[in-house]
Design a protein around this ligand. Structure first.
Ligand SMILES: CC(C)(COP(=O)(O)OP(=O)(O)OC[C@H]1O[C@@H](n2cnc3c(N)ncnc32)[C@H](O)[C@@H]1OP(=O)(O)O)[C@@H](O)C(=O)NCCC(=O)NCCS
Length: 165
């Protein structure tokens, strides 16, 4: 398996993959594929990686800038992350997330947030901090990983690309 940045020819497959991965996901509004497109259109796909096996795309992960207390501080949001349903639970998602975090770190990013199951994201060093919050998300489900600098406090907002209906 190879992990590499998305290329122009990957866009349609990423869209279909994202729709497919989230089709039966709980808490999904089925907007994730459009969110990825909106982030790309807005120049906000800071890191967008695909996992490939020969010519086939197996999974995708996106990272985009977030603001904290309305200011950009070199913090990013992980997601959406998608693996084809038939390929899930084989380590593809983990490989994409670890590689993405490494690449973010290499850019000098200060940190990353994620919205999701702490049972899954804890293994990547994410932890919740009541001082850093997002909307009405229950405690524990919004998590952050500091890469450098102090742990930030305040309300996090995702890129407007996440507001697609
Ligand atoms: C979430 C997702 C990206 C994980 O990728 P994956 O390749 O299936 O997962 P991995 O093989 O890397 O990891 C498997 C491990 O994670 C656990 N896991 C997978 N999905 C999980 C979830 N939603 N919640 C908790 N644990 C999860 C498995 O139990 C397994 O743990 P184990 O190895 O200790 O048994 C993938 O399942 C997916 O596309 N899901 C649908 C879309 C989605 O929910 N995306 C995340 C929200 S942004």
């Amino acid at each position: 398996m190879e992990i590499r940045p998305e290329q122009a020819g990957d866009v349609e497959t990423i869209r279909t993959l994202t729709e497919s991965a989230f089709r039966d996901a709980p808490h999904s509004a089925q907007t994730e594929a459009r969110i990825v497109d909106a982030l790309r259109a807005g120049g906000a796909l800071t890191v967008s990686l695909v996992a490939t096996d020969d010519a086939e795309i197996l999974g995708h992960v996106a990272f985009s800038p977030v603001t904290i207390l309305g200011a950009e501080g070199d913090w990013y949001g992980l997601g959406p992350v998608s693996v084809w349903p038939a390929r899930q639970r084989k380590g593809i998602g983990q490989a994409l997330i670890r590689d993405g975090l490494r690449r973010l770190d290499a850019t000098g990013a200060a940190g990353c947030v994620v919205l999701g199951d702490p049972g899954y994201y804890g293994r990547f060093g994410f932890e919740s901090d009541p001082a850093l919050f997002y909307a009405e998300v229950p405690p524990g489900y919004f998590q952050r990983r500091v890469l450098r600098g102090p742990a930030p406090k305040g309300e996090v907002r995702y890129h407007p690309g996440f507001d697609v209906a």
